[in-house]
Structure formats: C-alpha cells, structure tokens
Design a protein around this ligand. Structure first.
Ligand code: ARG
Length: 583
C-alpha cells in the first residue's frame, strides 16, 4: 500500500519521466502535482509551464515528453494534456478501490512517518505566576498543543516546556507585600484563588508606586530571592504552587497534557544566567550602554536608525526577560540536544524572538543544524472588534470562559435524554471545549479572530460540532448496519460522489504534512471540513442501508463511511478535539 501523499507519488513519477526524457532533475514537490477541482480530472501537473520557460521550449512539448515517458500505469488511468501545457491525471478506478480497502487496515490512514525525525523543544502556554491566565495564553496553549500532537504523529520527538513568568522584579514586590500581610515561610497559605493572587499583585504594585520605603524593601527582596534566601524562596514557592494549581485546572478543562514536569519557568534558568553573560562577553558580543550590559544583534534598528539592544544585565545588576531567553536557547540546544526550537507566543513578541535567535547564532548556541522559529498568533477580539474584555471591562477569565463554553454546549444536547447524564456531560465537554479550540485553530493563526459563541457552536459551517456531528452520524449508521466492515472488504466505486469522497480521504496525508510543516493547523481544519462536506454529498446520493442497495455495494459504502469516520476522528484528535460516539 502507498504511504504518504498521492500527489508526491505522482510527482516522483513525473520527475522520473523528466529525467528520462530531458535529463532534467527536479524533486517530486517541484513537479507541481496537486488535486484538481476540474470535474473528470483527479490531479493536475503544472510543471511543464515553468519548465518550458526554463528550457526555452513550448510547454506543450515538454508536457508531451512527460506524458510519453510517464511510467505510472499501475495507478494512473489517463494522462492528458490540456490548454497551453497542463497535464490532467485520472487515477485508475481499481487502484482507488484497492487502496480504500487497504486504508481500512491502516491505523495511520496512509500518513507516513517522517524519514528524518528531529527533536523539538516547544514553548507554549507560558502564563505568569500570580496572574490570571488570559486569552493570549489560551491561544498559545491550544495552538502549541495541536502542533505538538501533529509533530509527534509524524514521528518527531517533542519536549514541551512551559516558560512560566515566575521570576524577577515583580516577585520582590509581591513577596514583600505578602510579608506585610502576615504571610510566613512556615505557614501554609492554601486556598487562595488566582484572583486573590492577582489582587495581591495589584495591591503590591500600588504600594510600590506610592511608598518609597516599600519600594526599597521590595528591591531588597528581589536581591534576597535571586540570592537564594531560604525564607524568601519558601514564600515564592507558595506563590508558584498556588498558581500552578490554577493553571492545572485550565489544562484539565482544555484537555491539554502539560504537567509539572514540563514547567521550565524563568526561575529555572537563573543558575545559567551568569555563564550566559560570561560567554557573550568572552565572544566580545556585549557593549555597555547607559550602564547596562547589552547585545546589539545586527539588523535591528528603530525608526530613527538606532541599533536596538537586548538588555543582558540592567544597570542595577538585575537580569531580564531577554537574558532568560538566551539562556533558554543555550540550555535546550546544549544540554538537551534539541534540533528545533519553537515558541508559540503572540505576534507582538516577534521582534524579541528574532533578536534572540540572531544573538544566539552569533554566540554559537544555534548552528546550521538548528532551526528556531517563533510561531506567532493574533489576538482574540470581542464582538466590538477590540481585544476581548468582560462586560465590566476587565480581562476575560479563562476558567469562566471555558465553563461557559461547556454550559452552552450542554444546552445543545439538553434534550437528548437517551444519552444519560454522564454521557451527556462528556458530550457537552467535548463539544464546548472543541468549539473554543476549533474556532482558534481553524483560522490562519497570524490573524486576529473574533470570539463569537453563536458562530463557534453552529451546527453548520466550518465548526468542531459540525465535524463531530458528521462523525456521530456515521457511527450511528455503522451501529445500525450491525457490524463494522471487516478488514479486506472490497470497495466498488459506482457513483461520482463515492469517487469524490474517496479522493478526499486520500488527501489526509497531504493535509497533515502541510499543517505540520508550516505549523498552520488551519490547513488540517479546512481539509476536515471539506471531507465532512464530501461525505454529506455522498450520503445524500448513495443510500447505504436502503433495501434497494445490493449487499456488496452496501458493504463497499460502509467502508467509505467507516474511513470517513476514521479520518475525522484522527484529524480532530491531532487538533486535541474529542469525537463523541453519539451526539
Ligand atoms: N510569560 C510570557 C507572557 O505571558 C510568555 C513567555 C513566552 N516564552 C518565552 N520564552 N519568552 O507574555
């Protein structure tokens, strides 16, 4: 059975034909073979157009050479030249039929494992201690989780790390305030919500601005914290523990598998900071500017043309965000041997990461073997087109948002008494959380998107619940049929709708690979939506369980239905979205 993308396989054949006919070397991807949307054609190959120009020959002639030398009789029925030099390819019906049967026995549904597995460190979620997680962290968590799943499925090693904001000046202020409030290192202070901590944080901030004596003490407290003072560390630990309990709750609700082991907060890199600076200084990459130690990575200037610094050590001796991020690159490449670093962080930090990567290349922490990429994303907007806020104008609390999603989904399935309470609850969760995740993942991540309950929970359109519903409907047909199609069940393609559906199912490998390689999960969403739509057309035109459907055709159609369900289930699972058996 063919593993991987059919268009890549066809591209390989075209490349071989070109080699034989014209002694031209191209890669399968350069053969420009893609699914065609013209009726009567399955795939089209456009390489003759560009190649003609390059070789100084008429594209039609090049296309004729390709078609004459094409060795693809095992899977291609016809190859015809159209217009100025396009090649239209029609796959063999028997090849398609046999492939469908083979897919039924393949857990990976034709998706190949990568031939070059890499080791990825991926930074996602990364909220701040003693602060409410906000919608930016929601996006990072959802997108990061989907990318991690996609990469793992392709066969890469993935190490998630949660870069908690748990260090630096704000914590001196916060801890000093808590001491004023009577917190001690010994006493437990459980039972605070994240809002309490958020409140403490705001009080501390106010005090810091208004009371110079407090400000001095707070600065002293940072020194104690960074120097490892035991009492201070114990208080700090309490704050971190209270906050991570809250983050765990959000991850649990979201079904995102980030554990305490994955936490590598800013504090984790503290012991490495001095070495980072030593190395940068030894390589003569630092300069003193306004009393601070800075690195000026080449190519970054402000509007006036002044070079932009990464501040490595502030004039007061403290380290900042950039220092920690340099230490992060150094740690993951040196100590953990990763080849790829991904950072799923909002687009406003794009320049920060670009500067970090450039400086890390100068320092030799990133080499040609390494790839580092900032996976940016836009904001979530409210219905007014501005960054989403609560009615009272505060920032939206994630737990409340996710709970509301589940409640709204519960209302959709409230009248389904046949499901029983427990199943109904599980379905509401899968639908509600699925809606939030899919709304986030189905648009190009670089763009902002508008948070709209009605749209994300619509039964029609490109939504999670539409896909979940399509899948549940298939499962219900399979249940009614009495048994799932046995492995090896032959498939017969009669109607165009059957063929169209199968051609769509064959595109799963292409969709998965393209979403993974570009870190754009929406490409997989679009594909799943097209698949569900092709299924709907098939289901309308091709009766499965009707008495008039002959037995072998009924079995064949059950195979197509079963495959569709498997594709939807696998695809949604790669996005971190559940598929209820009944809906
Ligand atoms: N805690 C930061 C924030 O909330 C995000 C951290 C992203 N990761 C990093 N390595 N800088 O904005």
């Amino acid at each position: 059975m063919l593993h991987g993308d059919v268009s890549v396989e066809l591209g390989r054949r075209v490349a071989t034909a070109l080699k034989t006919a014209l002694d031209v070397d191209i890669t399968p991807a350069e053969a420009l073979v893609r699914p065609s949307n013209r009726s009567g054609t399955d795939y089209q190959c456009d390489v003759a157009m560009s190649l003609g120009k390059r070789l100084g020959r008429a594209p039609r002639e090049v296309a004729t050479d390709i078609v004459t030398h094409l060795d693809a009789g095992d899977l291609v029925e016809t190859s015809e030249i159209a217009g100025p030099g396009f090649i239209n390819l029609v796959l063999q019906r028997t090849w398609l039929e046999q492939h469908a049967t083979a897919l039924l026995g393949d857990d990976r549904l034709g998706v190949a494992r990568t031939e070059r597995p890499r080791r990825f460190a991926i930074d996602y979620s990364s909220p701040n201690v003693a602060k409410e997680m906000h919608v930016g962290h929601l996006r990072s968590s959802i997108i990061g989780d989907a990318i991690a799943r996609l990469l793992r499925f392709e066969g890469h090693e993935v190490v998630p790390h949660n870069h908690l904001g748990d260090w630096g000046t704000p914590f001196g202020m916060l801890i000093e305030h808590l001491v004023d409030e009577g917190w001690t290192a010994a006493a437990g202070h459980d039972g605070h919500t994240i809002s309490d901590l958020n409140g403490f944080y705001q009080e501390a901030r106010k005090k810091f601005d208004a009371d110079p004596d407090f400000a001095t003490r707070a600065r002293g407290r940072v020194v104690l914290l960074q120097g490892g003072d035991e009492q201070t560390l114990a208080l700090w630990q309490q704050l971190v523990d209270e906050s991570t309990r809250h983050f765990d709750k959000v991850y649990e609700l979201l079904g995102i598998d980030l554990t305490h082991e994955d936490i590598h907060g800013e504090s984790f890199y503290n012991p490495y900071l001095a070495e980072v600076i030593d190395e940068l200084e030894a390589k003569e990459l630092t300069e003193i500017s306004d009393g601070a130690v800075c690195v000026f990575p080449p190519g970054f200037t402000n509007r006036d043309g002044d070079r932009l610094p990464l501040i490595i050590r502030k004039s007061d001796g403290g380290y900042g965000y950039a220092t920690t991020d340099l230490a992060t690159v150094r740690y993951w490449t040196r100590e953990r041997g990763v080849t790829d670093l991904l950072y799923v962080v909002g687009t406003p930090q794009a320049q920060h990461f670009a500067m970090i990567f450039t400086a890390s290349r100068q320092a030799g922490w990133l080499t040609n073997e390494h790839r580092a990429e900032h996976i940016g994303f836009g904001s979530i907007l409210g219905e007014d087109g501005k960054t989403i806020r609560t009615r009272a104008g505060g920032s939206v609390k994630l737990v409340e948002l996710l709970t509301e999603a589940i409640d709204r989904a519960a209302a959709i399935v409230a009248d389904r008494s046949e499901l029983g309470d427990e199943e109904r609850h599980a379905v509401a969760r899968a639908v509600g959380i699925g809606a939030v995740k899919y709304a986030d993942l189905s648009g190009d991540r670089e763009r902002d998107y508008t948070f709209d309950w009605d749209r994300m929970l619509a039964m029609d359109g490109n939504t999670a619940v539409y896909l979940q519903y399509a899948n549940a409907r298939i499962l219900s047909v399979l249940r009614k049929a009495g048994e799932a199609p046995a492995p090896g069940t032959p498939v017969t393609l009669v109607e165009a709708a059957e063929r169209d559906l199968l051609l769509k199912l064959l595109q799963l490998p292409a969709a998965v690979t393209s979403a993974t390689e570009t870190y754009l999960p929406h490409r997989l969403c679009t594909y799943l939506y097209e698949t569900a739509t092709a299924f709907t057309a098939f289901y309308e035109r091709c009766p499965i369980l009707a008495d008039t459907t002959p037995e072998d055709l009924r079995r064949s159609r059950l195979v197509l239905a079963q495959l569709t369900s498997k594709v939807l289930t696998l695809g949604l699972s790669l996005l971190g979205i559940g598929t209820p058996q009944r809906l």
